[in-house]
Ligand binder design. Structure first.
Ligand SMILES: N[C@@H](CCC(=O)N[C@@H](CS)C(=O)NCC(=O)O)C(=O)O
Length: 214
C-alpha cells in the first residue's frame, strides 16, 4: 500500500488505539482531529462516515470504523510485526480474543456509563448508567485472572495490539471516573503501558482530552 493512511478522530476517543498503534508500528498517518462529537460539531464528517463515529481510517480504497481492527491493520500494514500474533504462533487465539474483548465487552459498558451517568444526566437514566459502570468493573475479571501470574503483557510475553486495545479501556476508566473499581493489578499494568514511548507520542499528538484525563 502506497500513500499515507488518514485517521479521523477526536482526542482521547477510541481512536487513540489507532494513533498509538501507528506510533508503535512507525506508520506515518495523516491525523485529522475533530471536536467531539463530530456528528454535531462537524456534520460534513457524516459524508465520510455515515455512522458519525470515530475513529475512521481511510487508506486508499479501504475504510475502517472499528478502533481495534484499525490498530491491528496499522500494526500489520507493512507485513508481519511483533505487535501482532499470527496463525500458528503461541497465543494466537488469546491475541484475537483479547483484541476483540477490549471494545465489545469492556469499552461497551464504559460508554453507556459515560453517556447516561455523565454526559446526559438530564435524561433521568443516571441509575442505568451507574449500573453499566458496575457491570464494567465485573467484566474486568478475565483480565485480572490473565495477569494474576505476574505476566507483563497479555499475550506471548510481548507487547501487542491486544495490550493497546485493552490498555485504552483502562486509560478511559481513569479518565471518566470509573477507576475506583479497577483492581490494583490492572492499574499497575496500565502504568507500564502508559510509560511506553509510543503511548506518550500518541497522546502528545492528539492533545488534551476529557476521556483520558489528559
Ligand atoms: N466499536 C467502535 C465504536 C466507535 C464509537 O462509538 N466511537 C465513539 C467515540 S469513542 C463515538 O464516535 N461516539 C460519538 C457518536 O456516536 O456520535 C470502535 O471501536 O471504534
Amino acid at each position: 500500500m502506497t500513500g499515507k493512511p488518514t485517521l479521523y478522530t477526536c482526542a482521547g476517543s477510541r481512536g487513540l488505539r489507532a494513533t498509538w498503534a501507528a506510533e508503535e508500528a512507525g506508520v506515518d498517518i495523516d491525523l485529522r482531529l475533530m471536536p467531539f462529537p463530530p456528528r454535531a460539531m462537524q456534520p460534513d464528517y457524516l459524508e465520510l462516515n455515515p455512522l458519525g463515529t470515530v475513529p475512521l481510517l481511510v487508506d486508499g480504497d479501504a475504510q475502517m470504523t472499528e478502533s481495534c481492527a484499525i490498530a491491528h491493520y496499522l500494526a500489520t500494514r507493512g507485513g508481519p510485526s511483533s505487535l501482532a500474533i499470527g496463525p500458528g504462533e503461541p497465543d494466537y487465539a488469546a491475541y484475537l480474543d483479547f483484541t476483540y474483548h477490549a471494545d465489545a465487552t469492556i469499552t461497551f459498558p464504559q460508554t453507556v456509563y459515560l453517556r447516561f451517568a455523565r454526559f446526559e444526566r438530564d435524561r433521568g437514566l443516571q441509575e442505568a448508567g451507574e449500573a453499566y459502570g458496575r457491570w464494567f468493573h465485573k467484566r474486568l475479571i478475565k483480565l485480572e485472572q490473565r495477569l494474576a501470574d505476574g505476566r507483563e503483557f497479555l499475550c506471548a510475553d510481548r507487547f501487542t495490539v491486544a495490550d493497546i486495545c485493552i490498555g485504552y479501556a483502562l486509560v478511559l476508566a481513569r479518565g471518566i471516573g470509573l477507576d475506583d473499581g479497577v483492581p490494583q493489578l490492572l492499574k499497575d499494568y496500565r502504568t507500564r503501558l502508559m510509560a511506553r514511548d509510543g503511548y506518550r507520542r500518541a497522546v502528545e499528538r492528539e492533545g488534551p482530552s476529557p476521556f483520558t484525563g489528559g
